[in-house]
Design a protein around this ligand. Sequence first.
Ligand SMILES: [Fe+2]
Ligand SMILES: [Fe+2]
Length: 165
Amino acid sequence: MKDRSNDNIQRAFTGEAKAYFRLRAFAKKAEEEGYPQIAALFRAISEAEKVHAEKHFALLEKVKSTEENLKDSFEKESFVNEVTYPEFLQQAWAEEEHAAIRALTLARNAEERHAKFYKAALTHMIADREVTYLVCPNCGWVEESARPETCPNCQGSGANYIPVE
Ligand SMILES: [Fe+2]
Ligand SMILES: [Fe+2]
């Protein structure tokens, strides 16, 4: 694709992906406020934005072989936990934004963990391992097979972990 269109598709992808999450949050709020029909509308449009995001992303041709995708994901996770989040954390500390410090710390720790999983997956690509991953719904920490009593990252209950196959 030519540069200008490629940039626009990239921006469209980002916009649609953000809209997906924004609308899901709006749906949750509508649910809490007792408007189930409006919640359903927000959820429906969020699903539609997801369709757009997926189509735009496909056009960007960023999906490679699984080995390349693992390498790329490992590099991105490493970069965010070694560079991006530490920078954001420094600024959050400077501004004494405690909620941001906590959110960024939990995310940075989880990203480091994600990178480890990608690295292990790259090493074990050939070996057939049967693993159920469990994800902390509060902080994004990932465990393999065993459900912890409490999340080692956010100290939330391990009972809330979501199994992903
Ligand atoms: Fe991550
Ligand atoms: Fe957690």
